[in-house]
Ligand binder design. Sequence first.
Ligand code: SF4
Ligand code: FES
Length: 248
Amino acid sequence: MKLTLKIWRQENAKATGKMVSYPIDGIEGDMSFLEMLDVLNEELVAKGEDPVEFDHDCREGICGTCSLQINGEPHGPDRLITTCQLHMRKFNDGDTIVIEPFRANAFPVVKDLIVDRSAFDRIQQAGGYVSVNTSGNTIDANSIPVNKHDADDSFAAATCIGCGACVAACKNASAMLFTSAKVSQYALLPQGQVEATDRVMNMVRQMDLEGFGNCTNTGACEIECPKGISLENIARMNREYLSASTKG
Ligand code: SF4
Ligand code: FES
């Protein structure tokens, strides 16, 4: 395949960015999207030019770092996959592909296609954990019965990989789907009840402090989420928040 790539180039968070066009040839349908970018970068390096910076690590849909806006969609045109799992067979010879970083005020550009998603880390640090008594009297987690339905829903929420596609897809740059997944995975388990009130209050407060927008029930986040995180988690977080607020 012969393609034209229009890629966002930006030196750092303060610099003005711009779209730059790169023609590319010899792309196979079985290549992943990131492998296609590897080919481009090898060509740029061979010409003595600055390669395009993009985030990646596992390249198998686990780490959540490979976050690209491809033709206006987070993680590209396919559903329930990350950018590293997107294959070039989804595109046609002669296509122009527009590649941008995830855009949100809370995700400042580091360079080119890499954004700083440490805002998500701070939301997680605000309450996305359980405290465990390790004094020697620790109760084996397996000895606490958990309703199967709740265990399944908790597991589903825990599959969120923190990629940020939900924020990039949202017209409000809301982080409600991410935060609600992290709240839900504990809210559904007995082990999460001890800190439940503080958890939801602190995580929502941090989410607001980071500058993410609010949810207006559009649902774009759920559609673009590579892990199929359900909007039901947002409803659960709202219930948890209301309940925590009334406890003072
Ligand atoms: S909710 Fe989905 S889109 Fe949002 S960070 Fe988690 S995995 Fe990514
Ligand atoms: S590189 Fe890890 S999810 Fe894509």
